[in-house]
Ligand binder design. Structure first.
Ligand SMILES: NC(=O)c1ccc[n+]([C@@H]2O[C@H](COP(=O)([O-])OP(=O)(O)OC[C@H]3O[C@@H](n4cnc5c(N)ncnc54)[C@H](O)[C@@H]3O)[C@@H](O)[C@H]2O)c1
Length: 453
């Protein structure tokens, strides 16, 4: 029996009461790095969650009580299952959900343009199962306008009950509700608990914001309502563009500091003592992850529709994209100083993940760096405790296995791309012929074989 909730006072009370009593059924679409932790938060608060994913392997792993994300333990999956969590590839169950939260990927296509196919496919799958009073929330990062211009039209056109998205409180009961609420997690950052990251929410109308706020208030300590889905979409992009631009700035200053013989990390540390007006960002071998290298370009693309050129984003992209090339040039120069050429050298890349202590390879600069090293004739091996093998992805085809650290002496150059905490840097420096360090991982170690770049 379906339990519709909609915009009549009784129905809206029903949604809020069910949230309070935990009878509210929550469906989460996309059980990846965002959707699975979100599932666990709802489960911890005793909501009965159903997870929907097209990846049968993930669904069966979860059904068997396992986990495929390093920082999520099987015990946590087992606890969620005890709270009623189940995973499925069958969308029919969406009809039973009161709230449906979409956490699917939003990558760039080969032309560096937004690829909304995952959101569109999800919308096509939700539409036939839409019921009056349901709340649909998009969490995937995207350009302002996506919720209203892409998601809502598909849901309105393809649902079987002629339902409309509620746009005002007077829209009656034959409606569903829509909001956008960005995921703001910082993977690997254990200093802020997920619950303490305030949740920004922009509903299509006040009731959607009220429902979504009530729902997220159950699992987050603070919600931040904004006036529209577009404002919430733009909030997420502002945060990521701020990061991208500042990383580019510090990457550029690092290149200058290298020429001037100044240690950029020392400078950042000193500048960080200013109690206001300065936030430290750190240089590195290039951007990685599913967010910072990608999200800004969602906005540049959308801005063109308004005859607007987002110059900061383009410039930051240019600087950040050049960093892997700088790293490879630094390796070649360092080998040259040892009277060796990159062509024919044996290079050992430490750390494949895009940042330390996480099991995420997406857009990692290590992938570009390996490709560039190989193109110059180097023979490349890697080590990463999180990746025993690296096969084929959207933009790479490496087919490599992790080489044990005890073979470090065999290599002409050890290149630290990702500074995982488990590495013993003094030992690495002691045993390597040459160390090129892109992360300041060897800070404080004095040795002639270290080149910091
Ligand atoms: N990973 C992060 O740290 C992070 C942080 C903030 C925001 N985001 C944003 O969140 C969104 C999701 O990112 P993620 O890292 O969780 O991606 P992910 O690739 O880890 O997970 C996405 C999941 O969606 C599934 N999926 C794809 N199409 C589907 C469909 N049609 N129906 C059901 N499931 C489908 C995939 O199989 C996968 O399990 C993206 O928009 C991303 O930009 C990610």
């Amino acid at each position: 029996m379906l339990s519709p909730t909609a915009s009549s006072p009784a129905r809206s009370q029903s949604f809020l009461d069910k949230t309070e009593s935990r009878e509210l059924r929550v469906g989460i679409i996309g059980l990846g790095y965002v959707g699975l932790p979100l599932t666990l938060l709802f489960s911890e608060e005793k909501f009965r969650v159903t997870g929907f994913d097209v990846d049968e392997r993930k669904v069966s792993t979860l059904t068997d009580g396992g986990s495929y994300i390093y920082r999520i333990l099987p015990e946590e999956i087992a606890a969620a299952r005890n709270s009623g969590f189940s995973a499925t590839t069958d969308y029919a169950g969406l009809a039973e959900m009161n709230a449906i939260i979409i956490c699917v990927p939003t990558p760039l296509n080969e032309h560096h343009e937004p690829d909304l196919s995952y959101i569109e496919n999800t919308a096509h799958a939700i539409a036939p199962n839409l019921r009056p009073g349901q709340l649909v929330i998009l969490e995937s990062t995207t350009y302002p306008g996506t919720t209203e211009e892409v998601l809502v039209p598909i849901l309105e056109k393809e649902n079987k009950l002629a339902l409309k998205a509620a746009r005002s409180a007077d829209d009656g009961d034959n409606v569903f509700h829509v909001a956008f609420s960005p995921e703001r997690e910082d993977p690997g950052n254990t200093s802020v608990a997920r619950r303490d990251i305030p949740k920004v929410i922009g509903g299509l109308e006040p009731l959607a914001t009220q429902y979504a706020s009530a729902l997220y208030n159950s699992i987050f300590n603070r919600v931040v309502p904004v006036s529209s889905p577009a404002a919430a979409e733009m909030t997420k992009l502002l945060e990521n563009i701020y990061r991208c631009v500042n990383i580019a700035l510090v990457n550029e200053l690092k290149l200058l500091c290298l020429r001037m013989g100044i240690d950029i990390f020392e400078v950042i540390q000193a500048a960080s003592t200013k109690p206001f007006g300065f936030q430290p960002f750190y240089p590195g071998p290039g951007l990685g992850g599913h967010c910072i290298p990608i999200d800004p370009f969602y906005l540049s693309w959308k801005a063109k529709e308004y005859d607007f050129h987002t110059r900061f984003i383009e410039l930051a992209g240019e600087v950040n994209l050049s960093m892997p090339y700088h790293v490879v040039a630094s390796v070649a120069a360092a080998l040259n100083r040892q009277k060796k050429s990159l062509n024919g050298a044996k290079a050992f890349v430490l750390g494949m993940a895009y940042k330390k202590d996480i099991d995420d390879l997406r857009e990692s600069p290590s992938l570009t760096i390996i490709e560039l090293l190989q193109r110059e004739g180097a023979s490349v091996s890697y080590n990463d405790p999180f990746f025993p093998t690296v096969g084929r992805g959207r933009k790479y085809d490496l087919n490599m296995s992790s080489t044990p650290l005890n073979r470090i002496e065999e290599f002409d150059c050890v290149l630290i791309v990702t500074d995982h905490s488990s590495y013993n840097y003094p030992d690495i420096v002691k045993r390597a012929k040459l160390v090129v360090d892109t992360r300041n991982a060897t800070k404080g170690i004095k040795a002639d074989n270290i080149v910091r770049c």
